[in-house]
Design a protein around this ligand. Structure first.
Ligand SMILES: C[S@@+](CC[C@H](N)C(=O)[O-])C[C@H]1O[C@@H](n2cnc3c(N)ncnc32)[C@H](O)[C@@H]1O
Length: 273
């Protein structure tokens, strides 16, 4: 089992598109086994959960009517959402930058008998022709792990057909101001919300081993508008009563007070086919 890289240090500094992709691909490759050992049961083998608040697509219907649609899953990890979609009558294609995560996607297909086309790609440079997908989505994939998320929005807009839908969940931007701590320390704001300097974990050599980029709510809306999307909703799932399972910094304690997830529901202009 590959070991998740140990961070010798954590800092805030600029990281460009290439160094961000380099660090994060290696990090997700190395962390894939540990990630699925920790979160695999929560995520399920063929289930579609949008967020640590356990909002399911079967309850939320954020993708709209999926029967027969061609769906692109961005930053799919083990592609359990795509397998759920395939079972529900959609035609998903799933991609991720990490070979380690895609290995889990292949294992998921073997274990469930639900095969979904898998592609290794960077969300900033989609290897798909324009205007073909009815729906694109991601549950916490890719968007915060790239330096140029505006480019991701443009690429997704390019591969969607007119009227196509783009739905993606990410950490709620407000959380940037708070320490990544599920306990009481995670309730006090310590970082300026407007400071976009990336969060960087690095090795002793100083090389980045993990990078996260922050966008404010306004940044995100502007990225979407410039890519030509119409923003229909921003869903901020509430922490459900009785849900006690923590996921990293997401906990019942914080979930009762602060939003943890933002799900952006967008549409390309034009008639939906
Ligand atoms: C938190 S996981 C989410 C995956 C899956 N939806 C889940 O819930 O487990 C983030 C995923 O984004 C992928 N990712 C990171 N950077 C990416 C990029 N530039 N292009 C495509 N995928 C990327 C990672 O490899 C990882 O599988």
């Amino acid at each position: 089992m590959a070991e998740t890289p140990k961070a010798a240090g954590v800092t805030r500094r600029d990281e460009n598109a290439a160094s961000t992709v380099h660090a994060n691909r290696r990090w997700w490759d190395a962390d894939a086994d540990s990630y699925h050992a920790t979160h695999g049961a929560f995520l399920g083998a063929a289930d579609f959960v949008w967020s640590p608040e356990r909002l399911r697509e079967s309850d939320a219907h954020l993708l709209g009517d999926i029967a027969g649609t061609l769906v692109l899953e961005v930053g799919c990890g083990a592609a359990m959402c795509s397998r759920w979609l395939a079972e529900a009558g959609a035609r998903p294609v799933a991609f991720d930058i990490s070979a380690g995560m895609l290995r889990h996607a292949r294992e998921g297909a073997a274990n469930t008998g639900i095969a979904v086309p898998l592609v290794q790609a960077d969300a900033q440079y989609l290897p798909f022709i324009s205007g073909v997908f009815d729906i694109a989505f991601t549950a916490f994939g890719a968007v915060p792990f790239v330096a140029d998320s505006a480019r991701v929005m443009r690429e997704v807009a390019r591969v969607l057909r007119p009227g196509g839908r783009w739905v993606f969940s990410t950490t709620h931007p407000l959380r940037w101001s708070f320490p990544d701590d599920p306990g009481p320390a995670g309730l006090s704001a310590t970082m300026p919300y407007w400071d976009r300097t990336p969060y960087v974990e690095c090795a002793e050599s100083g090389e980045a081993t993990y990078v996260e980029h922050h966008r404010t709510l306004g940044d995100r809306v502007r990225e979407l508008a410039s890519a030509g999307f119409r923003l229909l909703d921003i869903v901020e799932p509430e922490w459900p009563a009785g849900h006690v399972e923590e996921w990293g910094q997401w906990s019942p304690l914080r979930g009762a007070i602060l939003p943890g997830t933002a799900i952006y529901v967008c549409e390309c202009p034009g008639a939906r086919a």
